[in-house]
Design a protein around this ligand. Structure first.
Ligand SMILES: [Zn+2]
Ligand SMILES: [Zn+2]
Length: 368
């Protein structure tokens, strides 16, 4: 017995996503169905609609959500109907090499579930009876979603769904890059390129870690204003302040300890690498188009011992990090209320995507 649900679907690349009523299949063995409470509108959803993240339409979008378990499949005995959950867009299998070594963000099972559930099949059927793909292996921009058990983390019931939802992508990815991937040290200097939903969370991650200087770089003064709210001590708008690298080198007297690229462009990845000091760490958080490349000067590499690394989902360990981040929220150290600057109904999806593209929100969230 499945469920009818309104869902946000990318039907055709480079066209706005549409809202359709689809059929969500009941959970199979090892799966659960979620009645969605809220789903954030993330830049990655937009990237799936324009081909930057190359996944085949038709595709139900959404990968940043919270809701309540409404049905469990066979063999699921550690979570029950009525339990509140946040969706993790990587399933943590617990068995592969990467899970065992404590790096579940790199889980092999997650890598297989890009446009389907981990077993390669869909639980969504459209009005014509055709299967629809699952974005990021979850497809949670819908009233209901069936996902693998390993894609949900149980949370306390007293956290509002719109705040809990954004922990599942923007907050985990951004704050995790600072706290988990780079392990930012107290008293350090950080430069963050891009102050969108993820960048703002990298900024607050750096601030929570006790960074002395957090320099936000963005071409939008509005986003730089948000950045100050989330803990940026300095802001740089290259359009009015000139070269970002020169500015960071000047502000940090020789280079930042850490730089984070939260945009997904070869040019800003180069800037991140070029603005860190000897022995510093540059972290690539933004997802680039597959054609994007990075060109770095090779000569100085051995002399400077810089580290350039990626950060997948903030090096998330969802069952540890989601509760930890939500506890930081409850104690007032992690800003979530300030992040959700607009909520929409699913029928206002078009507006939500327009606002995302226009950059008017810190984060927009669809509330069901
Ligand atoms: Zn996302
Ligand atoms: Zn695994």
């Amino acid at each position: 017995m499945g469920k009818q649900a309104k869902a946000v679907i990318c039907r055709e690349l480079n066209k706005p996503p549409v809202v359709e009523t689809v059929e969500i299949e009941s959970p199979r063995r090892g799966e659960v169905m979620i009645q969605m409470g809220a789903c954030g509108v993330c830049h990655s959803d937009l990237s799936a609609t324009n081909g930057t993240i190359p996944l085949p339409p038709p595709l139900v979008l959404g990968h940043e959500a919270a809701g309540t378990i409404c049905e469990v499949g066979e063999g699921v005995d550690d979570i029950a109907v009525g339990d509140p959950v946040v969706v993790s867009w990587i399933p943590v299998c617990g068995k592969c090499r990467y899970c065992v070594m404590g790096r579940p963000a790199l889980c092999d099972m997650g890598a297989r579930a890009a446009a389907s559930l981990p077993d390669g099949t869909s639980r969504i059927t459209d009005a014509n009876g055709n299967p629809v793909n699952h974005f990021a292996g979850v497809a949670v921009m819908a009233e209901y979603a069936t996902v693998h058990r390993d894609n949900v983390i149980q949370i306390d019931p007293d956290i509002p769904a719109d705040k809990a939802a954004i922990v599942g992508c923007a907050v985990m990815t951004g704050a995790g890059a600072a706290l988990n991937t780079a392990k930012v040290e107290p008293g350090s200097s950080c430069a963050v390129f891009g102050a969108g939903g993820v960048g703002l969370n990298t900024i607050q991650g750096c601030a929570i870690a006790g960074a002395e200087q957090v320099i936000a770089i963005d071409m939008s003064d509005k986003k730089l204003e948000f950045a100050r709210t989330f803990g940026a001590t300095h802001t740089v708008n290259p359009a009015s302040d000139g070269d970002a690298v020169a500015k960071v080198l000047e502000l940090t007297a020789g280079g930042a300890d850490y730089a984070f690229e939260c945009i997904g462009l070869g040019a800003t990845i180069m800037q991140s690498y070029n603005c860190i000091r000897k022995g510093g760490t540059a972290v690539v958080v933004g997802v680039s188009a597959p054609t994007e490349t990075v060109q770095l000067g090779a000569f100085m590499m051995p002399f400077q011992e810089k580290v350039l690394t990626g950060s997948m989902y903030g090096s998330a360990r969802p069952s540890i990090d989601f509760p930890l981040l939500l506890n930081l929220y409850k104690s007032g150290r992690l800003k979530l209320d300030e992040l959700v600057t607009a909520t929409y109904s699913i029928d206002q999806t078009e507006q939500a995507f327009q606002d995302l593209e226009a950059g008017v929100n810190a984060r927009g969230v669809i509330v069901f």
